[in-house]
Design a protein around this ligand. Sequence first.
Ligand code: XMP
Length: 510
Amino acid sequence: MEKILVLDFGGQYNQLIARRVREQSIYAEIKPYNKITVDEIVAEGYKGVIFTGGPNSVYDPASPHFDPAILDAGVPVLGICYGCQLMAYMAGGMVESAEDSSEYGKIDVYAQKNVLFTDVPSKSICWMSHRDYIPHPPKGFTTIAVTDKCPVAAMCDESRKLYGVQFHPEVTHTEYGKHILHNFLYDVCGCAGDWRMDNFIDDTVRELREKIGDKGVVLGLSGGVDSSVAAALISKAVGRQLTCVFVDQGLMRKNEGDFVEETFTKLFDMNFVRINCQDEFLTKLKGLTDPEDKRTVIGTEFYNVFWNKIRESYGSGFFAQGTIYPDRIESGKGDASKIKTHHNQVGVPKDIHFEDVIEPLKDLFKDEVRAVGEKLGLPHDLVWRQPFPGPGLGVRVIGEVTAERVRILQEADAILRDEMDKCGYAKEMSQFFAVLPGVKTVGVMGDSRTYSELVAIRAVTTDDFMTADWAKIPYDILGRVSNRIINEVDKVNRVVYDITSKPPGTVEWE
Ligand code: XMP
């Protein structure tokens, strides 16, 4: 299979670059700049390398650099933003910094005739975000695009197949970014485009059959997209040799546990084991109000319930997980400080000995996982399910979690989802849900005073959940949701809408 290396210098768009390459039917993987050598790049047979952007200046001693031998290794390179400056620097050229040369946002770019700009007009819009710039192309390179402020907006050394662009072709604001990447991948690197989801399914099913043989596989199913698609794929490969264990801790949305059970028992050939254990979870959560304590208890309890079941009957053969590519990518920059503990990956206890761990989706991005899920016949609602925190409603019932408060939240959340689906607005949202803040307020119903729970509505739009905007849901939809929640959900007398973006808020309230 053809592959492209995205060499990460700490830029914020590293995953986006790899996704854009894959959208062109070519497999791309991301590696930090300091975790691979030029010899390894050549030996691995990469068809091309893309240097990402990065926050540094090439003259900063702390800035990430790479072995200049890559420029003569015979592998095509495309440098983007910092990656372009680094290429100039490595080729012996100059990079300068000047306040009045910085460009940010949509900028007109003037492109010359060049293989990189096939089908790109001589004037178009590109997305720029830089302060440093390249005043002259380095020896052996020629300028192939300029902007009003940037004398080298793109450059190339055709003989060595080295290309650099100061702007970001991977973001949609660059009008012809897709064409530019296509030209680099197909016309410079000579790719043919063999990365297709149908091939992926066929190849993976064949590999799974070979690996698993006649042994058993056990998979922890959460009802989320990743573990569901992994289950569907393994079921296609080995049918009833697969056992899915679904721990229903009673903290899912209304009817969700039943939906998951119905989907996997009716649509797929596998053993399905559901463990209903809301009571055990609620007992452990009794009296706890601190979000991190609740997360720890839910994570630990999940671990215990799940592995105790495995110990009973399934502790041999293979263990499968729905790990996806972004779970594994190592970044070219340090980790951000921890805001919340996420308990998604389940380690295998020392006393359980599987032959191996199987992660059939480990190389896929989320949109690819969804495409595979659709092709395997998973219900649309499951494939396009919004993210749902591992601790479930446990972190949306603020304060102590009780059966009654979970029920109230499930009812309110179901109404919100119903209204958002009915008006078609759900598709516009990245994530929306109800929260029970644990605040009681005074109200009046009929002629009587009420003193009941408050429900908050949270809805956000985002590309990556690292930052998010609060969603501008039309007032009439919010009005209908509020009316229905107060009329239909016992013990709720007030609804509010959360208008906090992230940052400073987080998406979840806990
Ligand atoms: P925050 O609240 O950190 O959420 O802005 C960002 C995204 O992560 C989800 N989230 C979690 N997912 N376990 C998870 O699997 C967790 O503990 C958890 N906490 C937050 C959240 O729903 C949002 O999509």
